[in-house]
Design a protein around this ligand. Structure first.
Ligand code: ADP
Length: 333
C-alpha cells in the first residue's frame, strides 16, 4: 500500500473515531445536564416548600424555578449546537482530505503517464533515424531503398519536430501566448491541412462559399490538426471523420465528428487537462502525450471561444468549437 493511501486511511479512521467518541460524550453530557437540573430542581422545591408551607403546587411558576429551567434549556441548546458544529467540521475535514488525496493521485498518475509517454515518443523516432543512418553507413543499398529509408527517417524527424513544437507551444500557452491575428479563410485553410491526410475518409462541409475570420492562423492550424489526428487515431481504420463549419451572424461553430471509440462521460471534462490521457500508459496502445486537447482548449480560450465535447451518434465523439466572429473581426479593424 502506498504511503499517502495509508495516511489517508489512518486520518479517516482517526476522524471517524473522534466522531463516535464525541457523539458519545455529547449524549453523556446531555444526560448529566438533565440529571443536574433534576437534582437542583428537587432541592429548590424542598427549600420552596419549607419557606412557603402554606402554598400549594405553585413551585413550577416560581421565579427561581423558571430561571433554573431557562438556564438548563440554554445549556441543552449549547451542547446540541456545539455538537453539530463539531460534526460538520469533521465531515468537512473528511471531505477535504479525500479531495486532496484524489487530486494528488490524479496528478501523480498524470505525471507517470507523461514521463512514460514522452519517453516513448522521444525514443522511438530517434531509434528509427539512428537505424536508418546506421544502415546507410554499413551497407551499400540500391537507390530506391535509400529513398524509401530516407522518407521514413524524414517522417520520424517530422514527428519529433511536432512533439518538440507541442511542448514549446504548451509552455508558451501557460505564460506568453498572444494570438497573432490576421484574416483567415477557414475552408481553404482546412482543405490545405487535409492534404496531409491522403486516402483518409475525411469530409469537409462548409456552410458558406467562404468563411473568413480574424484569428491566429498557426493556432487554428494547430486546433484542426490536433482534432483531425485524434479523430483518426481513436477510431477504426477507414471510419468517417466529418468536419463542418457553421457560421452565424456573430459566431462560428466548427464541428469535428468522428465515428470512433467515443469518450466516457466521466472523462469528458478531464481530457482538456495538460498531459491527461484516458486509461493507463502501460496498457494503452495509441501514441500520444496528452498535450493535444490542452493546446486546443487554450488556443480556443485565447480566441475568446469555447469548446465542448459530446457523443456522436451512433458512435464516436463530436467536438464543437464556438468562436465569436464580430469580436475578433473588430480587433483587426
Ligand atoms: P493524446 O492524443 O496525445 O493522448 P490529447 O490531449 O489529444 O492527447 O487527448 C487526450 C485523451 O483524450 C486521449 O488520450 C484520448 O484518450 C482522448 N481522446 C481525444 N480525442 C478523442 C477522440 N476523438 N475519440 C476518443 N478519445 C479521444
Amino acid at each position: 500500500m502506498q504511503t499517502n493511501t495509508k495516511i489517508r486511511l489512518l486520518s479517516n479512521v482517526v476522524i471517524i473515531y473522534l466522531l463516535f467518541a464525541f457523539a458519545w460524550w455529547s449524549v453523556l453530557l446531555y444526560q448529566k445536564n438533565r440529571d443536574t437540573f433534576q437534582a437542583k430542581a428537587d432541592l429548590l422545591q424542598l427549600q420552596y416548600q419549607l419557606e412557603h408551607p402554606d402554598l400549594g403546587d405553585e413551585f413550577e411558576e416560581s421565579r427561581l424555578f423558571q430561571e433554573l429551567k431557562s438556564r438548563f434549556q440554554r445549556q441543552e441548546w449549547m451542547i446540541l449546537g456545539e455538537g453539530l458544529f463539531f460534526v460538520i467540521s469533521l465531515m468537512i475535514g473528511i471531505w477535504l482530505i479525500n479531495r486532496a488525496y484524489y487530486k494528488e493521485m490524479t496528478a501523480a498518475q498524470q505525471q507517470k503517464n507523461f514521463i512514460l509517454s514522452i519517453t516513448h515518443e522521444l525514443k522511438s523516432p530517434i531509434a528509427t533515424i539512428r537505424l536508418v543512418l546506421d544502415t546507410f553507413i554499413k551497407r551499400t543499398l540500391p537507390e530506391d531503398t535509400i529513398r524509401s529509408l530516407s522518407r521514413n527517417g524524414l517522417k520520424e524527424t517530422e514527428r519529433l519536430l511536432a512533439l518538440v513544437n507541442d511542448l514549446l507551444l504548451s509552455a508558451r500557452l501557460e505564460t506568453a501566448y498572444q494570438p497573432n491575428l490576421e484574416m483567415v479563410e477557414l475552408c481553404s485553410l482546412i482543405q490545405d491541412i487535409l492534404q496531409n491526410y491522403p486516402g483518409k475518409n475525411i469530409q469537409l462541409q462548409c456552410d458558406a462559399a467562404t468563411i473568413s475570420m480574424v484569428a491566429d492562423k498557426t493556432g487554428i492550424t494547430s486546433i484542426m490538426t490536433n482534432l483531425i489526428e485524434n479523430g483518426l487515431k481513436y477510431a477504426p481504420e477507414n471510419a468517417r471523420l466529418l468536419i463542418s463549419l457553421k457560421p452565424s451572424d456573430s459566431n462560428l461553430d466548427i464541428v469535428v465528428a468522428d465515428e470512433g471509440y467515443g469518450i466516457p462521460d466521466k472523462e469528458k471534462k478531464r481530457i482538456f487537462t495538460k498531459f491527461y490521457r484516458i486509461g493507463n500508459e502501460d496498457t494503452r496502445k495509441s501514441k500520444g502525450t496528452g498535450l493535444g486537447l490542452y493546446i486546443v482548449a487554450e488556443i480556443v480560450r485565447a480566441h475568446k471561444g469555447s469548446i465542448s465535447v459530446l457523443d456522436n451518434l451512433p458512435s464516436g465523439t463530436r467536438f464543437i468549437i464556438n468562436l465569436p466572429l464580430r469580436q475578433n473581426n473588430a480587433q483587426i479593424a
